[in-house]
Design a protein around this ligand. Sequence first.
Ligand SMILES: C[S@@+](CC[C@H](N)C(=O)[O-])C[C@H]1O[C@@H](n2cnc3c(N)ncnc32)[C@H](O)[C@@H]1O
Length: 277
Amino acid sequence: MGTYDWNAKDYEKNSLAQQKWAGELIAHLNLTGVEDVLDLGCGDGKVTAEIARIVGDGSVLGIDNSAQMIALAKEKYPPNQHPNLSFEVMDAGDLSFAGCFDVVFSNAVLHWVKNHQRVIEGLAKSLRVGGKICLRMGGKGDAEGIIAIMNALKASTKWAPYFTGFEFPFTFPDADDYRVLLKDAGFSINRVELVPKDMAHDGKSGLEGWIRTTWLPYTQRIPKEQRGAFIEEVAVSYLAKVPLAADGKAHVAMVMIEVDAEKPILLVARRRSNGAG
Ligand SMILES: C[S@@+](CC[C@H](N)C(=O)[O-])C[C@H]1O[C@@H](n2cnc3c(N)ncnc32)[C@H](O)[C@@H]1O
């Protein structure tokens, strides 16, 4: 179903950084244990399962447009062992829920989506009145160091033939643009903020793992037999500019946009009659 061929098992093993960031976001939700939660773009499901453990008297549905990701999530978290947790293949642009969630959570997903208006309108419909969204995705200026390397390589004699007709695949929104989208969909905004964040990978191989498992719009253009060489070249070129830290970590400067908003209780203003007709 999804546009890219995610390797769910490889992602599962190479997404510690995303999992760590998701943990921060979950803590920020202040869940009480009874909420019904939608995890939008749940990937391999490990973060979704973490939320399900917290909302023991509620439920969590993880959706993702990658059939591979959902297949792995279903295999790892079967309903007989995780009765309040379920997974479904669904695109973020095709949400068809009507007022059934208290919280929509989404970590590291929506920069993959072009039409955010459609998603935000779907989220507004999916939530109960008073429900909230907590989204974190790549924002304006995200991963510029890696993108600069990708741009240089895709223009090089060696790799350019594989990038004919390439269009920048991600949407990295600005806070002001996002505020407009949220307001138009009727959300009451608590916070929309661009947040610089350091992403740390375990050395060159950790960096390669991240590039291999998430930079699919670039890597999947390269024939399989040359893909490893391309990924290594990205990592080597990046580390030549941003060397490994003393503790062996590869650091990437990221910029996230974080969104906290609520579906407000609608107050229907009634015109008071003054008896004059
Ligand atoms: C970097 S992973 C994040 C997974 C998970 N949220 C986490 O924190 O580990 C991005 C996920 O977004 C999913 N995705 C991308 N575009 C999507 C869309 N339009 N609808 C639903 N899921 C999408 C991908 O299939 C992938 O599983």
